[in-house]
Design a protein around this ligand. Structure first.
Ligand code: TRP
Length: 434
């Protein structure tokens, strides 16, 4: 089995999975719908108290077995019913991939058209129109989505450790630097203050059940947890690496990118009179405006969207990898053939999302808010109630994490976190349906 070459390699690969459209596209649009600053606070609380421990649990499950999520349960002697959790995670990966690739495709479209200069000098209304036209044309969406899917499959077919590690190490820090440049421009726009107030001055009256539900789902989505991506990646981490350290680093990087993206976008939203609650198009109808205000804006826009395409690729690769690892591991299919089969299936689901915004929204909500919390809940219950405590604690404490910290984390995972996830989940589903 391939392994990541070092701890830095493991952090880079896992951060590559975590940092993606979830940070730059999904986080701002959800925060915009759920009222801004109060949502942000809730999000931070969930990341620290729930998602980081869950991420650690997935790493433990993967590394202790050396298996992808679809066979990790069996490797620990779990019953068939528990093994279904891994299988369900693999199906969740399909659903996420199919709409994720559409948004990746939009990103690619914006990158190419920025380079051609098509987006420069447009008014706010025209910027909105570009997005509306793109999303109203399924053929266009399908074309760009297919290109991204093809790229994803190409990387996955070459194998994880070699393929994925390289891309993240140079290009991701570059994305970060570019976001900082954009932040400077965004903060100096006229009207930026109202955006910053929306983003950073909490108004708790805006915090409803929906926001709680969304914040939990978004924290799972952004960290790629709840369906086995991080279990599968955990199996590629060497025994010497400190898992808690990797989890903490990955979560910090992931949060920082999401926070920055929000800090760039909200001042811009208010300065250009965009509706913050407008949904999945938010980033695409906001950012082109800011590039229009920067010297060499087309070039910056191209660079930004290109880097975002790379970030999206390293994430979609991690989703496709779960499916491919299932085929290669459970059916001994050669990696290339497994990739072709998984890619073709994803294409079919993707076309459905391109044809219907209802299916797109359904997949988006269903996966992040329902399937990921459910998967996380089951994984945590399995590791803390079905396996000996020593397995978790030793796996964490062996190479780095202080023993008391590992033990405290185990306690939290065994008794508090499942109850919290279940409560938020039940409340959220109730709200969503009724
Ligand atoms: N976390 C990625 C992002 O923010 C998306 C992603 C990759 C993902 N793998 C996942 C989401 C597994 C949920 C589960 O863009």
């Amino acid at each position: 089995m391939d392994k990541f070459s070092s701890r830095m390699g493991a952090v880079a690969a896992a951060a590559g999975s975590a940092v993606g459209l979830g940070n730059v596209w999904r986080f701002p649009y959800i925060a915009g719908e759920d009222g801004g600053a109060a949502f942000l606070l809730l999000y931070v609380a969930f990341v620290v108290l729930i998602s980081i421990p869950v991420l650690l649990t997935e790493f433990v499950l993967g590394r202790s077995t050396g298996k992808p999520v679809t066979s990790a349960f069996a490797a620990l002697g779990a019953s068939r019913r528990w093994q279904l959790v891994g299988f369900a995670g693999m199906l969740t990966a399909f659903l996420i991939l199919s709409y994720y690739n559409i948004v990746s495709g939009w990103t690619l479209y914006y990158g190419v058209h920025s380079l051609a200069g098509d987006l420069s000098g447009l008014s706010e209304g025209e910027v909105q129109q570009v997005f509306d036209e793109l999303t109203r044309s399924p053929a266009e969406s399908i074309l760009w989505m297919s290109l991204m899917l093809f790229g994803t499959a190409w990387i996955v077919s070459r194998g994880v450790a070699g393929g994925i590690e390289k891309y993240g190490k140079i290009l991701m820090p570059l994305l970060f630097v570019l976001l900082v440049v954009m932040l400077v421009r965004s903060l100096t726009l006229e009207g930026a203050a109202a955006g910053m107030a929306f983003y950073l001055k909490p108004d708790f009256s805006k915090l409803d059940g929906r926001a709680v539900f969304d914040a939990l789902g978004q924290s799972f989505f952004s960290l790629s947890i709840g369906m086995g991506t991080m279990t599968t990646y955990g199996s590629y981490i060497r025994k010497e690496a400190n898992l808690a350290g990797v989890a903490w680093r990955v979560a910090s990087i992931d949060f920082l990118v999401a926070f920055l993206a929000g800090a760039v976008i909200f001042p811009c939203v208010f300065a250009f009179g965009v509706n913050p609650a407008q949904g999945p198009g938010l980033v695409f109808v906001t950012l082109p405006n800011i590039f229009n205000q920067i010297p060499l804006g087309s070039l910056f826009a191209f660079l930004f969207f290109a880097l975002l395409v790379v970030a999206a690729l390293t994430s979609s690769v991690s989703l496709l990898e779960v499916v491919v690892a299932y085929f290669t591991d459970s059916f001994r299919m050669p990696r290339k053939r497994a990739t072709v089969v998984a890619g073709a299936l994803t294409l079919v689901f993707g076309v459905a999302c391109a044809l219907s915004s209802f299916i797109f929204d359904l997949f988006d909500n269903l996966t992040a808010n329902v399937l990921l919390p459910l998967g996380a809940l089951l994984i945590v219950v399995f590791v803390t109630h079905r396996l000996p405590r020593e397995l978790f604690v030793n796996e964490c404490a062996a190479h780095g994490a202080p023993w008391p910290l590992a033990a405290a984390c185990f306690f939290l995972l065994r008794w508090i976190i499942p109850v919290a996830i279940a409560a938020i989940f039940v409340g959220g589903v109730y709200n969503w349906i009724f």
